[in-house]
Design a protein around this ligand. Structure first.
Ligand SMILES: O=C(CO)COP(=O)(O)O
Length: 255
C-alpha cells in the first residue's frame, strides 16, 4: 500500500510573513493527520523560518530547485546540503517550468537527482508532456525519455527516496486538468516504465503524484485512480482552505 502524498508547490509566491501565516494555518489543521505525507515547497528565502514553524507538525518541507554542486562559484544557486541545513527533507526537480523557462535538460536534472540523494534528501521528480507532444502522439516517448534519463544511475534501493510527479504541461496553471482517465493512463505507463527499469517491487512501491490544476473539486476523482498516489498542487496550495480540502480528499470505497 502506497502512502498518499499531497505536496504544495508555492512557486514564486509569498513573502516570509505570508509563508509563516499559511504554514501556521496548515500546521494547526493537520495535527491529527498521519496517514498522508504532507509537503510544502515555499521559496528559498522562507525555508528556514517556515522550518522553525513546522517543528512538531506533520508537514515536511521541500525546496523547489537546487544546483547539483555542493559548493563553489555558482552565483545564485543553492545546494542540496544547504536545503537540508534550512530544514528541507525533499526537493522538487525537473519541474516543467525549469525545463521550459530555464532550459534544464534531462542530463542536468539527473545530476540534481543524484546530488540530492547523496546529500540525504528525498526527490520529487517531475515529468510531463506538452500539448504539442501529446497531440503529436509523442507523449509516451517523451515520458519514457524523461524517466530513463532523469533516473539514470539511480539504483533500486535509492528509488525508495524518489517520488515521481506526472505533470502534463498543458494542465499546469491553465485550469485544464487531465481527466481521471488521462491521468490514470499516464501513471500506469510510468509505473510500467519503473517495472522495466527496476523491478515489480520498485514499480509497486514508488509513489506517482499527479500535478496540473488539482483543485478541491477534482481531487477526489483523481485520487480514486489506481495509480494516482497523490497530488503536486500549485495555485490551490496557496490558500489554506483549498489545500486542506485537497489533503482531506475523499477516499473511494475500494481504495
Ligand atoms: O505546477 C504545478 C505544481 O508543481 C501545478 O500547478 P497548478 O496546480 O497551479 O496547475
Amino acid at each position: 500500500m502506497r502512502k498518499p502524498m499531497i505536496a504544495g508547490n508555492w512557486k514564486l509566491h509569498k513573502t516570509i510573513g505570508e509563508a509563516l501565516d499559511l504554514a501556521s494555518a496548515l500546521k494547526q489543521e493537520t495535527a491529527e493527520i498521519d496517514d498522508i505525507d504532507i509537503v510544502i515547497a515555499p521559496v528559498f528565502t522562507s525555508l528556514a523560518k517556515v522550518a522553525e514553524q513546522l517543528v512538531g507538525s506533520n508537514i515536511a518541507l521541500a525546496g523547489q530547485n537546487c544546483h547539483p554542486a555542493a559548493s563553489g562559484a555558482f552565483t545564485g544557486e543553492v545546494s542540496p546540503a544547504l536545503l537540508r541545513d534550512a530544514g528541507c527533507r525533499y526537493c522538487i526537480v525537473g519541474h516543467s517550468e525549469r525545463r521550459q523557462l530555464f532550459g534544464e535538460t534531462d542530463a542536468f536534472i539527473n545530476e540534481k537527482v543524484r546530488s540530492l540523494l547523496a546529500a540525504g534528501l528525498d526527490v520529487i521528480f517531475c515529468i510531463g508532456e506538452t500539448l504539442e507532444e501529446r497531440e503529436g502522439d509523442q507523449m509516451y516517448e517523451v515520458l519514457a525519455t524523461q524517466v530513463r534519463e532523469g533516473l539514470r544511475d539511480i539504483t533500486a534501493a535509492q528509488m525508495s527516496q524518489v517520488v515521481v510527479a506526472y505533470e502534463p504541461v498543458w494542465a499546469i496553471g491553465t485550469g485544464k486538468t487531465a481527466s481521471n482517465l488521462q491521468a490514470e493512463e499516464a501513471h500506469a505507463f510510468v509505473r510500467g516504465l519503473l517495472r522495466g527499469l527496476y523491478s515489480e517491487e520498485v514499480a509497486e512501491s514508488t509513489r506517482i503524484l499527479y500535478g496540473g490544476s488539482v483543485k478541491p473539486d477534482n481531487v477526489d476523482g483523481l485520487m480514486a485512480q489506481m495509480d494516482v498516489d497523490g497530488a503536486l498542487v500549485g495555485g490551490a496550495s496557496l490558500k489554506a482552505d483549498d489545500f486542506l480540502r485537497i489533503i482531506r480528499f475523499r477516499r473511494s470505497p475500494s481504495a
